[in-house]
Design a protein around this ligand. Structure first.
Ligand SMILES: [Zn+2]
Ligand SMILES: [Zn+2]
Length: 181
């Protein structure tokens, strides 16, 4: 049973409100270093929606270009992270906690509403243990080698994904840019 549509949400201060006309197709815990910085937590939790089903109904999302192939949307007034999107990909990833009813979309192994998994686990904070039984995917299983190298902007000097991983890029090679998810 699908929760009532549209799905609604917004930022902390209320300046931005959004709605989704269709249910999400998946839920993700992303442990990449960029999501850790952007969300100020150990990982990002997000729901994947079709871009065409998602729209703001009040206020304007401000976008920060976090890499050359993706950007992150937030409220300029209160700073709440709201949306992640790749260039030329027909999906948006919406911060689970920004929904009015995040509890409607459990990110659990029993969830029947869509695909749910952990991604970019190679950069997970080591002392945090995942014990929810969900799939855990490293970056390399989700992106092509070239895309992985491109994420950190070091394609000219990196010769392998291992190089990308071991290089301490400030806005690192840790995000699943260009995934198949
Ligand atoms: Zn706000
Ligand atoms: Zn991430």
């Amino acid at each position: 049973m699908i929760p009532a549509l549209p799905i609604t949400g917004g930022c902390l201060c209320g300046a931005i409100r959004y709605q989704a006309a269709e249910p999400p197709s998946g839920g993700y815990f992303c442990h990449c270093t960029m999501c850790q910085k952007s969300y100020g937590g150990l990982f990002m939790t997000s729901l994947k929606f079709a871009s065409t089903a998602f729209a703001t109904v009040r206020g304007d999302v401000t976008y920060y270009r976090s890499s050359r192939i993706a950007e992150r949307g937030f409220c300029i007034n209160c700073g709440s992270p709201l949306v992640f999107r790749y260039d030329n990909v027909e999906n948006v990833w919406v911060s689970l906690g920004s929904l009015d009813r995040p509890f409607d979309w459990p990110l659990t192994a029993e969830a029947a509403w869509g695909e749910v998994k952990h991604v970019c686990i190679e950069s997970k904070v080591p002392w945090y243990s995942i014990a929810d039984g969900l799939d855990q995917r490293p970056l390399e299983q989700m992106v092509s080698r070239n895309a992985a190298l491109g994420v950190c902007g070091r394609s000219a000097i990196s010769s392998s994904p291992e190089d990308a991983r071991s290089t301490a890029a400030p806005f690192g090679a840790r995000h699943p840019e260009r995934t198949s998810r």
